[in-house]
Design a protein around this ligand. Structure first.
Ligand code: ASP
Length: 309
């Protein structure tokens, strides 16, 4: 018997871990508990980067990306660019359980969800757009450039100030690991852009024999290093979850150096089959994560790893 542990990205991850821990304590499988936790965040309209109420893409569409993975069987499922369905993580799980495939995208993912009985719903993009512009009055005044004068029409610009993902990793009483990753991706992304979050091996990877790992941050950089599979393989080779996360952050830094750019904000989370936790991020990410075990939940700040000089 293992002592249940659940961890999740960002302070809003506390909503997920507080939901998941009692389920784990009651003996539920890790995958059930982490998906219930992720759905609590998806359903919170105050979270602008996960689920409904999230910020849309450049043409006002809210599209959701998610994946799930079961560490016992390596079963996994994912959806990308899903529109008008509230809980992308639940659809990802259905892809895992009901199809021979791992990833469904766009209209195909939506039709599958409808076939499975999910409801069509209107996302709150009008409010989300209004809120975003209220917080960024400079956008209207100064088009072009990055971040503080972000131009949603310039396809070469990523708005690094508006994105986040809830990645939830859990260990259940039977010693099995489960994980889920769910997001609306980068705010004002190009239509059709997909980040790391629905990509098994990038945003999430879970294997009972090695560990569970997940990511948040600029998905392009996480995909580039195969972030989550990389961390799980580090743990399989004997590294602690903390070492695995730090090595992933170093990989992002090294990849940025090779491309002659400044490392983007990327953050990593890992959980070993014994319940040890690790977290690390690239510089100035201010990455915080929630950990629930025993009778307490803590929100902790992750170690930041700068580029080597
Ligand atoms: N990783 C997500 C993406 O690139 C965004 C985030 O976690 O901040 O879509």
């Amino acid at each position: 018997m293992a002592d249940p542990v659940v961890i999740a990205t960002w302070p809003f991850g506390k909503t997920a871990t507080d939901t998941a821990l009692p389920l784990l304590a009651a003996g539920k499988p890790a995958l059930d508990a982490v998906i219930a936790g992720a759905q609590a965040v998806e359903n919170d309209p105050a979270v602008r980067s996960v689920g409904f109420g999230s910020l849309p893409d450049r043409i006002g569409q809210l599209t959701l990306d998610s994946c799930v993975m079961d560490g016992k069987t390596l079963s996994c499922g994912a959806v990308a660019g899903l529109q008008h369905i509230r809980n992308a993580s639940a659809v990802a799980r259905r892809v895992m359980e009901k199809t021979p495939h791992v990833l469904l995208v766009g209209e195909g993912a939506k039709w599958f969800a409808l076939q499975e009985g999910f409801k069509l719903e209107m996302p709150h993009t009008v409010e989300a757009i209004r809120e975003w512009f209220e917080k960024h009055p400079e956008v209207k005044k100064k088009p072009g450039g990055r971040q503080d004068n972000f131009d949603p029409v310039d396809i070469n610009v990523i708005d690094e100030s508006n994105h986040d993902t809830v990645t939830v990793l859990g260990l259940d009483k039977n010693g099995h690991l489960g994980g889920v990753c769910t997001t609306s991706g980068l705010a004002f992304k190009m239509p059709g852009r997909v980040g790391d979050s629905p990509i098994i091996g990038a945003g999430l990877y879970v294997d009972d024999l090695a560990g569970a790992a997940g990511a948040t941050g600029v998905g392009e950089e996480i995909i580039r290093i195969g972030g989550s599979l990389f961390m799980v393989e580090q743990m399989r080779a004997g590294k602690t979850p903390q070492q695995a996360c730090e090595l992933a952050a170093k990989r992002v830094n090294a990849a940025a150096v090779r491309r002659g750019v400044h490392p983007a904000a990327c953050a990593f989370l890992a959980l070993s089959p014994k319940g040890e936790v690790g977290a690390a991020a690239t510089e100035r990410t201010n990455f915080q994560y929630a950990v629930s075990k025993g009778d307490k939940t803590e929100v902790l700040k992750a170690k930041e790893i700068g580029p080597e000089v």
